[in-house]
Design a protein. Sequence first.
Length: 80
Amino acid sequence: MEYDNTNRGTLGKNLKPKSEKSPEYTGKINIEGKDYWLSGWVRTSSKDGSKFFSLTVNPVEDIKPAPQPSINELSDDIPF
């Protein structure tokens, strides 16, 4: 039987942040069969100083490579 990841996810330490604003934790979650990127930051409450996670969720979109021209579509013009 195949494992069912529906309504499950993971969140782990971001080992390669790109900037100071990058999430401290990243992962992926599946909600009702649809995959989402999950990002988290550790924040401190201004009321009582307690720590909590601030989260964002963004849909995973299939990134398709740009179509490459066929050899017949290439120009014979040489730009030099």
